[in-house]
Design a protein around this ligand. Structure first.
Ligand code: ADP
Length: 484
C-alpha cells in the first residue's frame, strides 16, 4: 500500500533504472574471467610450443641415428640389398606421421616413404645447403609441419657427404591434442563462469543489504514515521548518507514544528479580539435599559477590537507575501533622507499625542537602491514601536548615516527597554514582551518580524541593543547598491 502510494506520488520512480547490482556483478565476473582466460590461453600455447619442440628434438635424434646407419651400411652405395634399412626408414616416417626422402650426390631421390618421387631430381635450397655441410631445421607454423635435413656421410671417416636425408614431419597430431585440451578448458571455463556469476550475485546481494535496509527505513519515514531511527553505520557511505538524510529530516521537523506553532499562534491571535467582541456584545445584550453613553462606550471598544483583528490580518498577509521566495522588490534609487523625513512627518501626530519628542539626525545625504514602500514600512514599524513603548515626555532619535558600502538607520528611544533574556526572540512572529501593554497599544506582534523580513530581502542586517528601563536602539544596515 505504502509503495503504491509512493508510486502515485512520484511517477518518475516508475521509470526503468538499472540496478547497481548489475554492473557490480558484471565487473566481478569480468575480474574473475579475464585473468583465467589469459592463463588458459598462455598455458595452451605453451603446451603446443613444448610439444612441438620435443617432437622436433626427437625426430632430429631419430634421423641422426638413421643417417649414421645409412653411412655405416653404405646404403647410398647400394650395399644394402635386403631392404631392412628401407623398412626402418618407413617405420620412423610412419611413427612421426611424416615423409622421409633420401637424396644421393646427383640430387636424385633414391628413397621416398611416400613412393611418389623416386628417381626424380630434388634440388631444393635446404638440400643444396646440406650438401655444403649445413644441416637445417625449420618449422612452418601455418601449414603445421617442420622440415629437417641431415647429411649422410660416405662412411670413410673423412666427412665426405654422400647424400642428404630430408624429413618432413607433420604436427597435426600435436594440434589435435591441443584442440582437445582447449575444448576441455572451454567447458571448464563455462562452468567457472556460471559458478562465478552465482557467487558474484550472492556476494553483491549480501554487500548491498545495508542499502536495502536503509531504503526500508527511509520508506518508513516517507510513510509518516518521522522519528524512525535511520542510522545505517555498516559502511562509511551508508553512514554519510544516513547522517545527511538525518540532518535534512531534523530541518524538516523544525520547519513542521514552526509551521504548527505559527498556525496555533495565528488562531489564538485571531480568536482574542473575537472573544472580546463577544464578551462586550453579550454584556450589552444582558443589560436592560442601557444608557446611550455606555452603549457608545461598548461599541467603541468593539470597534477597537475589529481594528485590531483587521491589523493582524493585514500584517499576516504582508508577512506571508514577504515569505514567498518570489516576493519581488521594487528597487529604485531613492533619497533616503527624504524618505525618513516623510515617514517621520506621518508619525509626528502619534508622537505628539504621547508627548514623545521625535528627532531626526541626518549625518549625510544618502541615496540607495531600495524598495521605497517596504523600507518606509520598516522605519514606520521601528519608530512606532519606539513611540509606543516609551515613557511620558520621552524622546525618539532617528539617525541616518552611511559609509562607502552601506547606509545605517538607527532608531533610539528613551523607552521601557527590552529585557536581555528575550532580546533573541524579539523578531519572532507574535512575540511580545508584555502582552497586555502591546494589546493596549494595538500591536499585532508581527511588526518586527515584517521589519526583519524586509531588511533581509534588501540583503541587509538588523541589530538590537537595549537595557530594561533605559531604552532601546534598533540599527539597520542596508547595502547602498542592491545586487540581485
Ligand atoms: P507589536 O505589534 O506588539 O509592537 P512588534 O513585533 O513590533 O509587535 O514588537 C514585538 C515586541 O517587542 C513588542 O510587543 C514589544 O514588547 C517589544 N518592542 C518592540 N520595540 C520596542 C521598543 N522600542 N522598546 C521596547 N519594547 C519594544
Amino acid at each position: 500500500m505504502g509503495n503504491e502510494m509512493r508510486k502515485l506520488q512520484f511517477p518518475w520512480k516508475q521509470k526503468f533504472t538499472i540496478s547497481l547490482k548489475v554492473p557490480m556483478v558484471i565487473l566481478l565476473v569480468l575480474f574473475g574471467m579475464i585473468p583465467m582466460m589469459v592463463c588458459v590461453k598462455t598455458v595452451i600455447s605453451s603446451i603446443e610450443q613444448n610439444q612441438t619442440n620435443a617432437r622436433m628434438i626427437e625426430v632430429q635424434n631419430q634421423c641422426q641415428i638413421l643417417s649414421s646407419k645409412l653411412s655405416r651400411t653404405g646404403y647410398l652405395r647400394g650395399e644394402v640389398k635386403d631392404g631392412s634399412v628401407d623398412s626402418e626408414i618407413s617405420t620412423i616416417a610412419d611413427i612421426y606421421n611424416g615423409r622421409i626422402v633420401v637424396v644421393n650426390k646427383d640430387y636424385r631421390i633414391v628413397q621416398d616413404t611416400y613412393d611418389i618421387a623416386k628417381n626424380r631430381l630434388h634440388v631444393a635450397e635446404e638440400v643444396i645447403r646440406c650438401f655444403q655441410g649445413e644441416s637445417s631445421s625449420s618449422y612452418n607454423k601455418e601449414k603445421h609441419y617442420f622440415i629437417h635435413t641431415l647429411p649422410i656421410y660416405d662412411g670413410s671417416g673423412e666427412q665426405n657427404i654422400d647424400g642428404v636425408m630430408m624429413s618432413i614431419i607433420s604436427t597435426e597430431g600435436i594440434l589435435s591434442m591441443v584442440d582437445a585440451v582447449e575444448n576441455k578448458a572451454s567447458l571448464l571455463q563455462f562452468i567457472v563462469l556460471l559458478l562465478l556469476f552465482i557467487a558474484a550475485a550472492v556476494a553483491v546481494a549480501f554487500l548491498m543489504r545495508p542499502f536495502k535496509e536503509f531504503q526500508g527505513k527511509l520508506n518508513h519515514v516517507a510513510d509518516g514515521s518521522l522519528d524512525t531511527d535511520i542510522s545505517a553505520d555498516t559502511y562509511r557511505e551508508t553512514r554519510n548518507i544516513s547522517q545527511a538524510v538525518g540532518r535534512t529530516l531534523s530541518k524538516l521537523k523544525e520547519v513542521d514544528q514552526s509551521r504548527q506553532e505559527f498556525v496555533s499562534n495565528v488562531s489564538h491571535e485571531l480568536k482574542t479580539p473575537i472573544t472580546s467582541i463577544r464578551v462586550l456584545a453579550d454584556s450589552l445584550m444582558g443589560m436592560e435599559d442601557v444608557p446611550v453613553e455606555l452603549y457608545r462606550e461598548f461599541m467603541e471598544d468593539i470597534s477597537d477590537e475589529i481594528d485590531r483583528e483587521s491589523k493582524i490580518v493585514d500584517d499576516l498577509l504582508a508577512l506571508v507575501k514577504m515569505d514567498k521566495s518570489e516576493a519581488e522588490l521594487n528597487i529604485s534609487q531613492v533619497n533616503i533622507n527624504g524618505l525618513v523625513e516623510q515617514t517621520l512627518k506621518r508619525l509626528r501626530p502619534i508622537a505628539n499625542k504621547r508627548k514623545v519628542e521625535l528627532i531626526f539626525e541626518s549625518i549625510r545625504e544618502v541615496t540607495g537602491d531600495i524598495d521605497e514602500t517596504k523600507l518606509s514600512l520598516v522605519i514606520t514599524n521601528l519608530v512606532e514601536n519606539a513611540i509606543k513603548y516609551n515613557m511620558e515626555e520621552g524622546w525618539v532619535r532617528v539617525t541616518l548615516d552611511a559609509d562607502h558600502k552601506f547606509f545605517y538607520i538607527k532608531v533610539a528611544d528613551s523607552g521601557i527597554g527590552i529585557p536581555e533574556e528575550v532580546q533573541e526572540r524579539i523578531f519572532d512572529r507574535f512575540f511580545r514582551v508584555d502582552k497586555a501593554r502591546s494589546r493596549e497599544t494595538g500591536g499585532s506582534g508581527l511588526g518586527l518580524a515584517i521589519t526583519r523580513s524586509v531588511v533581509l530581502m534588501h540583503k541587509g542586517a538588523i541589530k538590537l541593543s537595549s537595557k530594561e528601563g533605559e531604552g532601546s536602539v534598533f540599527t539597520i544596515r542596508i547595502p547602498l547598491n542592491y545586487i540581485a
